[in-house]
Ligand binder design. Structure first.
Ligand code: FES
Ligand SMILES: [Fe+2]
Length: 357
């Protein structure tokens, strides 16, 4: 006689719980949850706790002494977001009953029972918090094969003498991080999308280039005559100069672009697309440069914001909203070598369809 199948109710202890209302497909969420993403600017973590989201997980970011804490943005007492609270004496204070949480997310004070021991159940669930490039980076699924801090994408020249470090304010895009990052790697759109900022509408042709796979994703060296000076700047157009754009793509959603200006001038931009949810991306952009280092950083913020805004219009309009990984789902042109390599790399991570079918 056949026996009835036994329902396996053993809890999966390796995997963290999916966030409430998760907008990603579960399997893809677990792949994406293994990587490091920025969630705040270091300079913004100051007098008030910051509420944010990463992969649909609500997070609170606050300071306790010299330490930055990243924790679930839910008070373990009665579920109020701690980002609605205040920062006091190296703790974050819940606005409902005044519980206080300090280093490591530990509950250190219960005003209704100041003399009693505090149960561990009142501690916050925390995630690693690492400061790099003026940003706080975290990882939601450090269980099991936890990524090491070294897995935070590398930014060329950031720590080098002579380079100025500029962390642009973040910008929000109502679109998928994969679409945004792919746009950052795309060299065929300059002459159509960026003509108000740096590109030349009469220079649309894309010379051949060959991406190379690396352990973190891939890199591509792209040579062309498309300049990178702001439109209207007097030295724009150095006759015969071939610009080198060196892209390094760190799967899944971060890339750096190192631009070689005439002489030894270098500009590096990191495009770190932090997936707030499936259809919302917070773009963080640290920049390093070894020229104009005495000019106001506000000019850099403003110029780059204009470029991000030009791209944002496109990314927010693309359909489907996710990034199709099946090569048959969209048409391709030779200029899309980076895009094709990017999509293959995402597929190799085990990612499938992200969301939205
Ligand atoms: S809900 Fe936070 S202290 Fe009660
Ligand atoms: Fe662009």
């Amino acid at each position: 006689m056949a026996t009835a199948p036994v329902l396996d109710t053993t809890p999966d202890t390796r995997r963290p719980p999916l966030p409430h209302g998760c907008t990603f497909d579960a399997e893809d969420w677990y792949v994406l949850g293994r990587f490091w993403y920025p969630v705040a600017l270091v300079r913004d973590v100051a007098e008030k706790p910051i509420g944010t989201k990463l992969l649909d997980q609500p997070l609170v970011v606050y300071r306790s002494g010299g330490e930055v804490v990243v924790a679930t943005d839910v008070c373990p007492h009665r579920g109020v977001p701690l980002s609605m609270g205040t920062q006091a004496d190296d703790t974050v204070v819940c606005p409902y009953h005044g519980l206080r949480f300090g280093a490591g997310g530990k509950c250190v004070h219960v005003p209704a029972h100041p003399a009693r021991d505090i149960p561990a159940r009142l501690n916050l669930r925390t995630f690693p918090a690492i400061e790099r490039y003026g940003l706080i980076w975290t990882c939601l699924d450090p269980v099991g094969e936890a990524p090491a801090p070294g897995d935070i994408p590398d930014m060329p020249h950031w720590d080098e003498d002579g380079f100025q470090q500029i962390t642009c304010p973040s910008t929000d895009i109502a679109g998928f991080a994969g679409r945004q990052l792919e746009g950052f790697l795309d060299v065929a759109h300059f002459a159509f999308v960026h003509t108000e900022t740096f590109a030349d509408p009469d220079n649309a042709e894309v010379p051949a280039y060959s991406p190379k796979r690396t352990d973190y994703g891939f890199e591509a060296e792209y040579w062309s005559s498309v300049g990178n000076y702001p439109i209207g700047v007097s030295q724009r157009g150095v006759p015969g100069f071939q610009w080198l754009r060196h892209f390094r793509c760190h799967l899944p959603f971060t890339a750096t672009l190192e631009i070689h200006f005439p002489g030894s001038d270098r500009l590096v931009i990191m495009n770190a697309a932090s997936p707030v949810s499936a259809r919302m991306t917070r773009l963080f952009a640290p920049i390093a440069r070894n020229f104009d280092t005495d000019l106001p950083v506000q000019d850099v913020y403003d110029f780059n914001q204009r470029i991000f805004d030009e791209d944002k219009i496109i990314v927010e309009a693309q359909m489907p909203e996710w990034l199709p990984l099946d090569p048959g789902d969209e048409g391709h042109i030779p200029a899309d070598m980076s895009s094709m390599t990017y999509r293959r790399g995402l597929k190799a991570l085990g990612l499938k369809r992200f969301f939205g079918y």
